[in-house]
Design a protein around this ligand. Sequence first.
Ligand SMILES: N[C@@H](CCC(=O)N[C@@H](CS)C(=O)NCC(=O)O)C(=O)O
Length: 206
Amino acid sequence: MLTIWGRISSINVQKVVWAAGEVGQPFERIDIGGKFGGNREPAYLAKNPNGQIPTLEDGEIVIWESSSIVRYLAARYGAGWIWEEDPAKRADADRWMDWMLSELQPSMTPAFWGLIRKTPGYTEPAAIDASIAKAEAKLDILEAHLAGRSYLAGERFGMADITVAPGAHRWLHMPVPQKDWPNIRRWYQHVSARPAAGPALPLPIS
Ligand SMILES: N[C@@H](CCC(=O)N[C@@H](CS)C(=O)NCC(=O)O)C(=O)O
């Protein structure tokens, strides 16, 4: 039995919950972080010195960083399924996973914090507008890539879809004027209908 530490409202926890479901591994998820707190306690910091979520425990193995956890679950339990042995095919997925963490999430997070979480310091309209513009520019890249494709990387569902779709889920439910993005909507509706996505993508976003 896996243990996933982290509240489900976290986009990074959502990736891990979805991946665990896809590879058929039972898990216990423990609410920690945000309003639940607990992530600065010494016992948790001993597992994850960043004091952030998610953290995965698989027996004696402890892993933090959401994309690394998804890769671990895929490699260990998803061989022949969501794990690609071919380096080129795997790099195709890897780049979107890294893009999610380093490009898309940072662009959309200030607007999310300002509009949804009302986090002090993020509610200035100018800062929210700047975040919306940056997120839209990144989503335009995703929209162009998804033209004529069913999945983000390769011919079948995989790690990249699991990692990036929670970003689409969040943005498409944000109270902002929504661009058209037909390819993103088609892809998001397709992959988010998977049974393993249900527990990972709660609504309303919070
Ligand atoms: N790069 C890390 C980022 C982790 C992160 O920023 N986690 C946020 C939630 S999405 C967090 O721990 N926030 C503090 C809290 O929830 O109390 C990852 O991908 O796992």
